[in-house]
Structures are given as C-alpha cells and as structure tokens.
Write a protein that binds this ligand. Structure first.
Ligand SMILES: *Cc1c(COP(=O)(O)O)cnc(C)c1O
Length: 345
C-alpha cells in the first residue's frame, strides 16, 4: 500500500520513533515476565503523573479487551451498560462486553454528533425499574467520539450529575483520548477523574504504538482482582515489557500529546481544504483527527479507483482519519484528488 494514499484509520500507521526506540531498549536485557519488570512500573508511574492521580493501571493488547474487561469489572451479569448507538462497544466489538460480563446488556441511547445526552441516559434509566429490566450500572462515553467530536468538560459534568442521581459509574473509551486532550487544550485529569470518570481505556495503538492499551481505574475500588480478570481473558502479556516500554516512549516529553496534536492539525488542514470545495460538506464538525465528508457513492468509488483508502462510515459518509505519521503533502494530495473527482462530470 502506498503510504501517500491512506486515510483509512490511525491504526494503519506504523510505530512512532519514540516508541520504537524504547522497544529496542527493552530488548537489550532480559527482564521479569508478566509485568513484574521495571518498564511496566515506569510506564504505570508515568501515567499516574500524567493524570495527576494515584490510579490503578493495567496494560492489555487491544481496545476491545480494554473496554470489555473494564466494563465487566463494574457489572454483575444482570446489570446494563448505557452507550451511544454509534459506540464502538455496540457496533464493533462483536458482543465482547456482553461476553466478558457474562451477559450485561448494552442499552443504546442517542444524541447528536455521536454524543449521549443526559436526557437520553435518564430516559433509559427511568423507563423501567422492575425486576424484568437489566439494572443500569454504567454509562460509557467515547472521547473523542466515533464521529470525531468531543464531549466538553461541561457536557461530561452534566452526565456525571445524572450518574450521581442514579448511582452509575462512568467508563470512558479513549481510543482517541490523546486527540481529545490535544484538541481541548486541557489536562488529562480535566476530562477524566475531575469530570467524574471512574475508568479510562487509553489507547496507545492509535497514538503510535504497535500494540497496547492502558486501563486506568481512578476509582480504585473497581479494580479489585482485575489482574485475574485480565489473566483469565488471555490479556496478561507474558513479555509485558514490550507493551509497557513503548508506553514510556509515548509518555516521555509528552510524545503522545505531540502525536495527537499533529494528527489533529492534519485533520484540520484536510477539513479546511474540503470545506473550500464547491458542493462538498462535512457530515460532522471536525474537532479531533477524523474528517467525515458527505460524498456520493460514485465519488467514493472514483477516489478508491485512484488508490485512496478510507472507510465508508455507518450512514454512508466517507471517513478520513489522520495519525502521527500523516503529512501535509498527503493531506494536500487528498484535497486535490477530491477536488478533481468532484469536478468530473
Ligand atoms: C479502535 C477503537 C477501539 C479499539 O479497537 P480494537 O480494534 O479492539 O483495538 C475502541 N473504541 C473505539 C472508538 C475505536 O475507534
């Protein structure tokens, strides 16, 4: 695949140099297995510093496992999890959360721009209180959302108020959490525990690692026995240091934030270029590292025929995602390709 032609996803990107360097360093000497090594200790400590929190930290292989296992940690099998209808846990995890929790049901809510609203959450919680309805226990929010938008601090706090009223925990799917922090110019703490988030799944993969997601329990009581849950689910890496050492590379000098800011800037450039074209519009506001564009099926086919890789998202929009490795030249080439496709009769 030519690297000038892909905007399919940030997980098409490679490993960023900083993570790669730490991978090499971790390979210089043998170290203890199963996370009992100095790299894992260091990565967890750096995450605690970054989040200004004495949280419990775990590393797993991928986002589906991070979401599924952390949600399962908050639920009995008869509980339910409230999510947006476009949430990855609902649409793209093959029932992983239900499987990991032995049946906790996802209750699907709604809201514009991929964001759950307090009213939608309240409606799901209050429509039933009888013994026959799975008892709501957790709200899961994706930050940045599946459509590249952001929950503001005020929106997060309004959802926390609903959560408090009904004694619900808040889980955050942070597959693109770094992009949210970079875009909002806030601290990681501001949009997690300070806004009432109990547990965060923080993706390293989409930010620049080969593999690896961190799960941060700000509410440490919820992490009880979590290491056994990870082990049983096949998510305890034997050579854990090759997940955790690259995390040290991301966290050192805030490389994670620079990677995300770069991806966001590329997306902003792309959005501006596309919006300047006659007759083409964005499907959602561009707030992080993804750009959704209303392009007809014929136009999408035309672009693909010219070698461009991108997803057609639920609902039909073309989704272009930028990463740490995107370049301005690639973005400009894509804008030019869309302009040409649109101008063709
Ligand atoms: C990519 C992604 C995940 C994680 O997916 P895996 O393929 O399991 O690593 C989770 N949530 C969202 C919103 C994502 O985009």
């Amino acid at each position: 695949m030519s690297d000038t032609e892909q905007f399919a996803s940030d997980n098409y990107s490679g490993i960023c140099p900083e993570a790669w360097a730490y991978m090499a360093r971790a390979n210089e000497q043998d170290a203890s297995a199963y996370g009992e090594d100095a790299w894992t200790q260091q990565a967890a400590d750096r995450l605690r510093e970054t989040f200004e929190s004495d949280c419990d930290v775990f590393f797993v292989f991928n986002g589906t496992a991070a979401n599924s296992l952390s949600l399962a940690a908050m639920c009995q099998s008869f509980h339910s999890v409230i999510c947006h209808e476009l949430a990855h846990v609902e649409t793209d995890e093959c029932g992983g959360p239900e499987y990991a929790s032995n049946g906790s049901k996802l209750l699907v809510g709604s809201g514009a721009n991929g964001k759950l609203t307090p009213a939608s959450i309240e409606q799901l919680v209050t429509r039933r209180s009888d013994i026959h309805y799975p008892k709501p226990r957790v709200i899961t929010l994706t930050q940045a959302t599946e459509v590249g938008t952001l929950y503001s601090i005020d929106e997060l706090k309004a959802i926390r108020a609903v959560a408090d009223r009904y004694k619900l925990h808040i889980h955050m799917d942070g597959a693109r959490f770094a992009n949210a922090v970079a875009a909002m110019g806030c601290t990681p703490a501001d949009i997690t525990w300070k806004a009432g988030v109990d547990v965060l799944c923080f993706s390293g993969t989409k930010n620049g690692l080969a593999v690896g997601e961190a799960i941060l329990f700000f509410n440490r009581a919820l992490a009880e026995d979590f290491e056994w849950r990870c082990k049983q689910a096949g998510q305890l890496a034997s050579k854990m240091r090759f997940i955790s050492a690259p995390w040290c590379g991301l966290l050192e000098n805030d490389t994670w934030l620079a990677n995300a800011a770069h991806a966001n800037a590329c997306a902003a450039r792309l959005a501006a270029g596309i919006e300047s074209l006659e007759g083409v519009s964005l499907s959602f506001p561009r707030q992080a590292n993804a750009v959704f564009v209303d392009l007809s099926e014929a136009l999408q086919k035309n672009l693909r025929a010219r070698g461009w890789h991108f997803y057609t998202f639920i609902g039909g929009a073309a989704r272009f995602v930028c990463s740490w490795s995107s370049t301005a030249a690639q973005v400009d080439a894509l804008i030019a390709a869309i302009a040409r496709a649109v101008a063709e009769p």
